[in-house]
Write a protein that binds this ligand. Sequence first.
Ligand SMILES: Cc1cc2nc3c(=O)[nH]c(=O)nc-3n(C[C@H](O)[C@H](O)[C@H](O)COP(=O)(O)OP(=O)(O)OC[C@H]3O[C@@H](n4cnc5c(N)ncnc54)[C@H](O)[C@@H]3O)c2cc1C
Length: 442
Amino acid sequence: MATHVTIIGGGYTGLSAAYEMARAGIRVTILEQEDYLGGLAGSFGVGGTQLEKFYHHWFTNDVHITGFIDELGLADNIVWRPSRTGMYFANNFYKLSTPLDLIRFKPISLVNRLRLGLTSLKMRRFTDWRSLEDKTAGDWLRELCGEHTFQVVWEPLLRGKFGEYWEQVSAVWIWNKIKLRGGSRSKDGAEMLGYYRGGFGSFCDELVDRLRKLDVTLMTSTSVQQLLSDGTKITGVQTPDEMYESDAVLATTAPPILAEILGMSDLSPDSCRPDFVMKLGETTYLANICLVLELDRSLSETYWLNVNDPSFPFVAIVEHTNFESIEGYDGRHLVYLSKYLPVTDPLYAMNKKEIFEFSLPHIQRMFPKFSESWIQEYHVWRARYAQPIVGTSYSKTILPFEAPIPGLYLSNMTQIYPEDRGTNYAVREGRKAGQKIAALLN
Ligand SMILES: Cc1cc2nc3c(=O)[nH]c(=O)nc-3n(C[C@H](O)[C@H](O)[C@H](O)COP(=O)(O)OP(=O)(O)OC[C@H]3O[C@@H](n4cnc5c(N)ncnc54)[C@H](O)[C@@H]3O)c2cc1C
């Protein structure tokens, strides 16, 4: 009987790991609790085309996922286009796609605009991220850009994204974000972003198809509840319906979920490692809510609008159809309103209709011409584990790939540091994890 590995989670990490292990001759089973694959990059249907539940695109430096797509012979499906980026600040909209837009950005003085532009260039060339480990993003940005620019540009973004945690966020996190996004440019300096024809869901379907051809078993609506052990090592997993005997288990879920699974498992005191379970449980994440509007007309000209207004409850408005044509979506204009929040935030507990009704007056205030009658349909998507909080000295807290419980391996978005989450890194880490497990077992 071939060696068997069970992967918990059918997101991009799990799917990529399965690909590598199956190619190495290992029998692989993916168990996914949701009724769809793709995890946070999962999709739903609009007008016959797949649309991401949470807005997704790639940067030109996302070479691991684009390289993977190329290896699968699917590179023709990747499209690169200039994007229209902007900022909403003090009741005004500002374009921020090109260096010229930055020069025209009136809320800060010309000297500060030039300083901001130079800072972004400097950050993109900067490589010594270890020297930033003990600094917060706030302190570093204040030093580099000055207090006024910090208050106009950076503080609202950090607050909007991280809420109560914003002062803890590491300088390494913001350095990496600016490097990634700032580096995704054409020769004339305009931002370029990538997308998969037919949506990320189409790529996911292709990958799943390849996995099936490699005899990978893919189970959706199958939640892993416990790990099984013979007292010395992990021997399988338990779902409500079935037991999956395994030579190794790769967990790709958020660490607190793995902590819960381990807490439910009947492991011997030696192999349970309470210190490790506690560390898993302590990983801090923010959740995300996306309200997706299907409109009969466009809301604005911008694709990606950063909202630097603390009285507006969403941190970004992403008008997907200012990047992809409306044709594939039955003529609908698609707009995401995104909010990161702790699960204790009352908004997280609201139902779909309540979130919609709560949002309407805010949209109306920002876009006075907007009318509720433009809305053809709306959706609300929630992710409990959407963004890990990357604090100072984060490298000291990173979880190991090999758990101190033999037979259990971990690959998840908290381990990607100094980079931040993204499908690019899920694929990079998933493939690496798959290759390492295959090498260990073979
Ligand atoms: C709002 C938002 C916007 C984003 N935008 C972009 C973007 O523009 N570009 C980009 O590249 N990336 C983006 N990302 C990030 C990207 O989606 C993630 O980095 C990537 O999808 C993570 O993949 P993963 O497999 O590591 O984790 P996940 O996708 O979280 O997969 C883990 C899987 O484990 C499953 N699971 C959990 N518990 C169990 C259990 N007990 N049993 C079985 N299965 C279980 C979950 O259902 C999930 O499917 C965005 C994310 C968010 C939230």
